[in-house]
Design a protein around this ligand. Structure first.
Ligand SMILES: *Cc1c(COP(=O)(O)O)cnc(C)c1O
Length: 398
């Protein structure tokens, strides 16, 4: 794997010296002042190019957006206050009342709820959830009023992939907009826009932030559409990122390539270790040769990140709990993509919202464990799993 780095490391606009500061300043401003009437008047003539008011454009935010757009091969990036602020804005841009959305079953939970419940209740939009593993699946579900195909590849929990190029081609034929949540692969390892997808969205909170100290989101795409989105969903819904969080993100992007390289190496070692363990039924990681869509993954991604899941052979919730609680190096919490390794069990939250039947319908079991592999030494992570796995075994070992 080769990672090209300059965009992520470049310092501020070389024309701007800022006393030689190697780290650009934070423009913690709500507004920008002008010398006179004419100057403000001129600025308003090109509202999307000028710094007037920070719900629109802010220099620190602008710098982060330009870096992201370069990495993603996008004309433009717009940062939002969270992944969900970006996703809801991008979806609203693409749909209209009484239209229809096609998305995948394992799409991120809040995205699924936003479509299936909020858009249904407010705008009478129907959403069809499909497995999405082959393009025929999309074709047969297209209706006359389908306005959006929303992808997430790899998708949450099971990491199923969709063929981005084939789906984008099909959608263009039918004049349907496409969005791809690219959070898992990051803009380094997968370029949905190059395959013809209209918009790429991310939870910046995950790898792009990478330090578990910020919450943000981004939409990236072509110039004309991003301009339209800016003046409507961005400025009117107002989900802007703060200059400080944009500045933290600029900090994060400097190390994105080396972090991703390490996440990938570590995750591969851990996944290969897990595959060999007698207590484990299945490991789900797109980088493994045993992954059902390994070939498709290789075709459309140039690398793999550090989030994976596995299924313990036991469905006994007490054993799963004991295994979970025996882990020491893995922190126990939600989210992912940070420097620290995390372990989470879908059963913890899903069982509060879903019946056991619904839970099983999603392809998830009691013994499912999700781990986010951080930047630690892989051997320490493996040793931690090794000491905890016997707890998930029958008969129990002390
Ligand atoms: C976390 C996540 C989101 C939501 O992002 P927030 O920053 O938490 O709003 C969206 N998509 C995926 C795949 C995620 O994991």
């Amino acid at each position: 794997m080769e990672i090209k780095t300059p965009e992520t490391i470049l310092c501020y606009d070389p024309e701007q010296k800022y006393e030689g500061a190697i780290v650009p300043p934070i423009f913690q401003n709500s507004l920008f002042a002008f010398p006179d009437w004419e100057a403000i008047d001129n600025a308003f003539n090109a509202r999307q190019e000028n710094f007037i008011y920070s719900r629109g454009k802010n220099p620190t935010v602008d710098f982060a957006e330009k870096k992201l757009a370069k990495i993603a091969h996008a004309d433009r990036a717009i940062l939002f206050t969270s992944g969900m602020a970006a996703i809801s804005a991008a979806v609203l841009y693409c749909v209209k009342p009484n239209s229809h959305i096609i998305t995948v079953k394992n799409v991120y939970g809040p995205t699924s709820n936003f479509m299936a419940h909020y858009l249904k209740d407010k705008l009478n939009i129907e959403t069809t959830f499909i497995s999405g593993e082959n393009v025929e699946d999309f074709r047969v579900n297209i209706r006359e009023n389908t306005s959006l195909i929303y992808l997430e590849s790899p998708a949450s929990a099971m990491f199923n992939l969709q063929d981005l190029e084939a789906v984008a081609f099909l959608a263009k034929e039918k004049n349907i907009k496409t969005i791809c949540d690219n959070t898992w692969a990051t803009p380094l390892f997968q370029h949905p826009l190059d395959f013809g997808i209209d918009f790429e969205v991310h939870s910046v909170t995950k790898y792009l932030g990478g330090h578990s100290d910020l919450v943000a989101g981004v939409i990236m795409g072509k110039k004309q559409e991003m301009e339209a989105l800016f003046s409507r969903e961005y400025e009117w819904l107002g989900g802007k990122i703060s200059p400080f969080e944009a500045w933290l993100l600029i900090r994060s992007l400097r190390t994105l390539p080396i972090r991703m390289q390490r996440h990938q190496e570590n995750a591969m070692k851990v996944a290969q270790f897990l595959e060999q363990q007698p207590q484990i039924a299945q490991v789900r990681y797109p980088g493994l040769r045993s992954f059902p869509q390994y070939e498709l993954g290789k075709k459309q991604m140039t690398g793999y990140s550090g989030l994976l899941s596995f299924q313990l052979k036991t469905n006994d919730i007490e054993k799963v709990k004991t295994f979970y609680n025996t882990l020491k190096v893995f922190h126990k919490g939600v989210s992912w993509g940070g420097f620290e390794s995390l372990v989470y069990a879908p059963a913890i939250s899903y069982l509060k919202e879903l019946s056991p039947e619904q839970f099983a319908n999603m392809g998830i079991s009691m013994g499912d464990i999700r781990i986010s592999i951080g930047l630690e030494n892989a051997e320490d992570l493996i040793a931690d799993l090794q000491q905890a796995l016997p707890k998930a075994q029958f008969p129990p070992q002390s």
